[in-house]
Every structure is written in C-alpha cells, then in structure tokens.
Write a protein that binds this ligand. Structure first.
Ligand code: ADP
Ligand code: MG
Length: 694
C-alpha cells in the first residue's frame, strides 16, 4: 500500500496500538509528524571493515558468516550467546550477554551485519560485545547497515533502532511522485519535493568514497545538505506564515484609539526630569503613532541595559491614561515591580494619575482594594507581578499592557493578561538583547523599536578578568571605591531555586566579605529572603547606607542604583554571557567610572576562561547576545524554552538566519497580495496535521 504524508500512523504496517499510543503521547499521529522526528546524528555504516582490521577500542561495522554458535549459562542468572563470524579471510568472536532469544534467532551459515565496540578478547585477539546485529537480506538491502544510518532521540520506549525501522518502512512506501506544490516557490532551481527531502535526510545516499562520505557526514551535522535545506525552508515558511497570520488577526482588531492633545504634550513635558535621547524620541514617536492607530499596537522595545526604557514606557502610559483607558505594567519580580512603581509614581507625579501596586506580598485587604479600583475604573495605572493576570483581577477598560523583561513570562501568560482587555495595546520591553534570528522568531509577530543609544554621562564599564587568588586585591579595590563614595555589588553564583544549603552558603560567603571589608557596611540579598526584608536591604543600598551588597542573581534585572560603580562576580565562568551582561549593566549608571571584575573559580578550565575573556572584550549587548547564542544555542538562551514555541525540527537558528529572512519575505509578500491562506494551504497547514512538523 502506498502511503501519503497526511496518513495516520495506524495506516502503517508494523505500528501497533502500543507504539501508536506512545507516539501520540509525544504529539505524533501522522506519517508526516513521525518523519519530522529527524535524526539527531548519522553514523557511517556503509561498508564493512575487513575483520582483520578490527582493533580493540574501535567502533566498527563488520559483515560476516556465522561459523559457530553456542549458548552458555554462567551461574543461574547469566546467559551468554557466543558466535564466531568470518568474512572469508579472518574471523571474529562475538558475545551477547543476557539475550538468550538470540540462540533461536541466529543460525550457523547466516550472513550478519554487526555494529559495536571491539574489546580485547578474553582468550585471544578482539571480540565484539553485544553489538547491534542484522541479517543480510537476499536483495542485499539492510536497514541498519550498509548505508549512512540515522540515529534518533528515542520517543518514550520507542528506541532509536525501532524508529529507524519504522522510518525505513514508511519511506519505502511513501508516494514521492506526487507533485509538491511548494517546489515552484523555493529558491535554488531544482528543489527537492518534501518527500524526497525527508528520504534523503533520514537515509542519505552514501557516496562510495570514504572522503566523500566524511564530507557528507560533516554537512549533515551542520544541517547544510540540499535535503536538509529543503526541510528548513518548509519549516521556517510554516513559522513565518503563522506569525504573519497573528499579525493579520491583530490588524483586524479595534483598539482603544488615543489622540495626543496639547494637554497631553504639556503633561508629558512636565514629567520629564531630563532631555530624552535621540533614540528615546524616535522610539516614542513610533509608539505614539501606533497608539493613535485603529489596530492595537504590538511592539517590542529592545534596548540594552541602562538605555532608558522605563521613561519611554511611562510616557506611553501617560498617553493611554489621558485617553481614558487603563494601563497594566507587569514586572517579573516583586522587587522590580516595586521599583517600577516608585519610578512611575515619581514620573507621573505632575499628572492626576497615581499608579497602584499589585503584588502577591500585599495583604488580602490591600489587594482587594486595588482590584476594586481596577474593576470599577477609578484606578488608571497599575504596576504588578503575576497577580495582575490572576482570575480575580479585572479591568474596566484596559488599554495598554506593558511587559518588562518579557523572557521571564510565557506566551500563555502574556495572552492571559491581554485577554483582560478588549484588544489592548501591547508594549514588551526587553533588556536582553537577543540575536536577530531569535528576535524574528520569538517576537516575530511584533513590530520592533530599538533604543541604540545610552543617556549622556554614561561611562563605559571597564571589565577585567581575575583569578580567584586576586580576591584580597579586589577587596582592597572595593574598599577604596567605597571610601571615595562608590558602592559595590558582590555577586555569588548560587542558584535561587535550590535548597536551603545555598542560603547557608551565601551567609558564610557574606561573612568572609565582611571580614575582608571590616568597617564597611555589607548587606545580603537573595531570593529566599522574605520580600519585606529584601526590600529593606535594597532600600538601604539605594539610600547609600549599605555600601556593598552581597547578592545572588536576584539583582540581575532592572535594579537601578546610580551610585553603584563596582560589580564583582564570583565564579564568573558559571554564568551565561547574556547573564553576565545583565549583571554588568547594574553599574555604570551614574557619573562615576565603573568596573566589572570577573573572578574565576579555582576549577575554571581553559575553555571557560577564554569564554569569560571574550565577554570582557565585548561591550555591546547585541554582540554579547550573538556570542552567547553561538556558544549555547537558543535552548539555553535566557529561558527561551519557557516561551512555549515548538522546537524547530530541521532549522537551527544559528545556521539558518538567511533562510529565516527568506521565509519572512515570502510570507509577507503573499500576505500583501491577500494570499496568506493559500500559502498556508500549500504548506499543508490547515488542520495542523498536514505535512509540517508536529
Ligand atoms: P533600562 O533601559 O535598563 O530599563 P532605565 O529606564 O532603568 O534603563 O534607565 C536607566 C537610568 O537612566 C535611570 O536612572 C534613568 O532615570 C536614566 N535615564 C533614562 N533616560 C535618560 C535620559 N534621556 N537622560 C538622562 N538619564 C536618563
Ligand atoms: Mg529596566
């Protein structure tokens, strides 16, 4: 029977109900969805190694005839199946442990493919221990040998080998002749059909020459074969279409329309404690234009730490509040919510709008009061945390949602807050510069504004790398800075969500720093401290009563203490680069020359040291982000996984930026011609069980 990509897996011979259930548990129900479970790597098993060349320690593929076969029972528990195979020239001992059924599966005289690691023989020469095996078939074909063989991530109890068998069976009966409507759209001339591309990706045609095979394996690992490219195009086009659809849907909605009047302009001027930078002015124009449009704004405000996003958000808030709608500002932590609340209160002081605070730490009575104000419409501006999108919170007329540090929130959370209004405007602010390719996918449905200029008077932060042995000198340096009016952060790499041990660890660490800085007031904050206590310490640090703040990464985002001029980071090699950049951004905010000291741990290896040194040389957040991305990939990138986007199966955003931009271009072009739906159909998208990945 011929199979097509959209067929359910139940149509595939060899997929029983049990396997089907396991696969369905991973969202895999159709032939296409299974085929989009792409190999994680490939092994060259194309040609057997002559048996005389098998050396202990090597992973080998061999082929030979079974000369001898016997079963031994060692003690009552252990069964050993021993075979001798020969390729006509030499022979090799093969041993399988505890697989008694092999005795009946194998027969003397049979020809077998074997793949495994050669070990020193117990009696002489080398032997294979429990290798993968496969009978050579009459037609010379084999699934697991005699070719470049795919290796898969197992799916539940379905092993890589089992998957390989299923893929081979499906691909053998897949209709490859069917015209593929997408082929004409793809760049690069004679594009492969999807079915051909899937076949060539799972089971690449192996060239005869060893050098050519090595080259192909390398290309495969880098996802650059023509077949892989074809899959990447398909996948990214699917992604681009869904982003374009989200954009279109939004354009059809009607938002609270704002008009910027002279009164608003006057009030805006009154709120400003300083002249806006060029970049701030440009971004504000973009935002205000959106707010006056008919459709809701959906804009990402992208700016390096310290670029002054908050004041831009405050002005947008003012515009919407003046137009009679409500604004919700959401921060990732209570600490940040409180800081924003203080900033917004200060900035909006010359206006009639008094921001409320809604965080989990308030008493029930206080929360109720704020909620009543929001539901009744008497409160125009609220700053808060997750408490904002809880069930009990509702708004009379939510006009603008501002989300700070977006990567801490999931898409679902963002949508829940948005659902509390009738198509509210959205402003997402991120201080984590992210690589362009990630921005295009993660925030691909948003317009982007960039603050690419720091407010005047900022000094570049001098970054130095020091060995742990330099601690005393660093302590001396901090002491000097403090005596000259500076303040310092001293960050330790304890994980916030680990057990109480880390609380003890940071306490003892702080004692050590206190000892080294006798006479200097040192405070301690970490995520396990009760919020009230933490706020107290932070407030004292902000007021300059505490000079040195020993902290975990709770201070990573947003905290703004202009007098702080030194950031010491212990065990800097344990942090991601983007995180180091965030931490470094906490200093250099006032007029003082500022320093970031990266202390390396005792066990820091050469590679980690080099990574930290590369970071020290980079000052631009975007460059740091690209470097971090290159090193660690999107999965590691500042919690991107929490975003809930499906992982890409074929594309690697580090490699395929050009393809991504191509896909966005195609989707935008079809959208302009009003043919997005048609493109989605070509991609097999509607219904979700077409030819795309699961
Ligand atoms: P971020 O983009 O990291 O959120 P903030 O909004 O916290 O940056 O701004 C960082 C600091 O710079 C704050 O102390 C803020 O008051 C100040 N600031 C912002 N814009 C300007 C400006 N145009 N001129 C001078 N100082 C500014
Ligand atoms: Mg900020």
């Amino acid at each position: 029977m011929r199979l097509s990509l959209a067929d359910p897996l139940s149509a595939v011979a060899g997929v029983g109900p049990r396997t089907a259930a396991v696969l369905a548990g991973s969202g895999i129900r159709t032939v296409a969805e299974l085929l989009w479970h792409l190999p994680s790597r490939w092994e060259d098993r194309a040609f057997p190694l002559p048996l005389r060349e098998v050396r202990a320690g090597d992973v080998v593929t061999v082929c030979g005839q079974v000369l001898d076969l016997r079963v031994r029972r060692v003690r009552s528990r252990l069964t050993i199946v021993e075979a001798a195979v020969s390729d006509g020239e030499s022979s090799l001992a093969v041993v399988w442990f505890n697989q008694p059924y092999l005795a009946s599966s194998l027969q003397v005289g049979q020809r077998l493919w074997l793949h495994g690691t050669a070990r020193p023989g117990r009696r002489w020469g080398v032997e294979l221990h429990s290798p993968e095996w496969e009978k050579e078939r009459d037609d010379g074909e084999a699934v697991h040998h005699g070719r470049i063989v795919p290796v898969y991530r197992r799916i539940g109890e379905v092993s890589s080998r089992r998957l390989r068998g299923l893929m081979a069976r499906i691909l053998a009966s897949l209709d490859r002749i069917l015209p593929d409507p997408l082929v004409g759209l793809l760049p690069g001339g004679a594009a492969l059909s999807l079915a051909e591309a899937l076949t060539e990706t799972h089971f690449p045609t192996a060239p005869a020459g060893l050098d050519e095979r090595l080259k192909l394996l390398q290309q495969l690992a880098q996802r650059r074969t023509p077949a892989q490219k074809r899959l990447v195009q398909q996948e990214l086009l699917g992604l681009a279409v869904s982003l374009e659809k989200a954009r279109q849907l939004r354009r059809q909605q009607r938002a609270v329309a704002c008009r910027v009047t002279d009164q608003i302009r006057a009030r805006a001027r009154a709120t400003l404690p300083f002249r806006l930078t060029q970049a701030q002015r440009r971004v504000l124009r973009e935002i205000v234009a959106d707010l006056q449009g008919a459709a809701p704004m959906a804009r990402l405000l992208h700016g390096d730490v310290g670029s002054g996003k908050t004041v831009v958000a405050a002005l947008a808030t003012l515009v919407v509040a003046e137009c009679g709608a409500q604004v919700a500002i959401m921060a990732p932590t209570e600490l940040l919510a409180q800081q924003h609340h203080a900033t917004f209160t200060r900035l909006l002081a010359p206006t009639p709008h008094r921001p409320a605070l809604l965080v989990g730490g308030l008493s029930e009575g206080e929360k109720r009061q704020v909620r009543e104000g929001l539901a009744g419409g008497s409160l125009a501006v609220v700053v808060g945390t997750h408490a904002l999108f809880q069930e009990e919170t509702s708004f009379a007329r939510l006009g603008l949602v501002v989300i700070d540090e977006q990567h801490r929130f999931g898409v679902a959370q963002r949508q829940r807050l948005m659902a509390k209004g009738d198509a509210p405007h959205l402003l997402v602010m991120t201080a984590t510069p992210i690589p362009r390719s990630l921005a295009l996918t993660l925030y691909g449905d948003l317009e982007v504004s960039v603050l690419d200029e720091l407010p005047p008077g900022r000094s570049r932060v001098r970054t130095v790398v020091r060995d742990g042995g330099a601690r005393d000198r660093v302590l001396g340096f901090v002491r000097r800075e403090v005596s000259e009016g500076g303040q310092a952060y001293w960050v330790v790499p304890f994980i916030e969500d680990s057990e109480s041990l880390s609380v003890r660890a940071i306490a003892s660490h702080a004692r050590e720093i206190r000892r080294g800085l006798a006479g200097v007031s040192v405070g301690v904050v970490h995520g396990r401290l009760p919020a009230a206590e933490r706020d107290q310490v932070m407030a004292a640090f902000l007021a300059g009563e505490i000079k040195v703040l020993c902290a975990t990464t709770v201070i990573e985002v947003g905290v703004d203490v202009p007098r702080a001029s030194v950031m010491v980071i212990e065990n800097a090699e344990r942090f991601g680069l983007a995180q180091l950049h965030q931490l470094r951004g906490r200093v250099g905010r006032g007029g003082r020359a500022s320093y970031c000291v990266l202390l390396l741990g005792e066990e820091c290896g050469a590679e980690a040291r080099e990574r930290v040194a590369r970071f020290a040389a980079l000052t631009d957040g975007f460059a740091v982000a690209e470097e971090d991305f290159r090193q660690r990939g999107p999965g590691e990138f500042t919690g991107v996984r929490q975003w809930g986007r499906p992982d890409l199966a074929a594309a690697d955003l580090r490699i395929h930026l050009a393809e991504l931009e191509w896909a966005r271009g195609v989707a935008a072009r079809w959208a302009r011609r009003g043919q997005l739906q048609k493109l989605a159909r070509l991609l097999g998208d509607p219904g979700g069980h077409g030819v795309g990945p699961a």
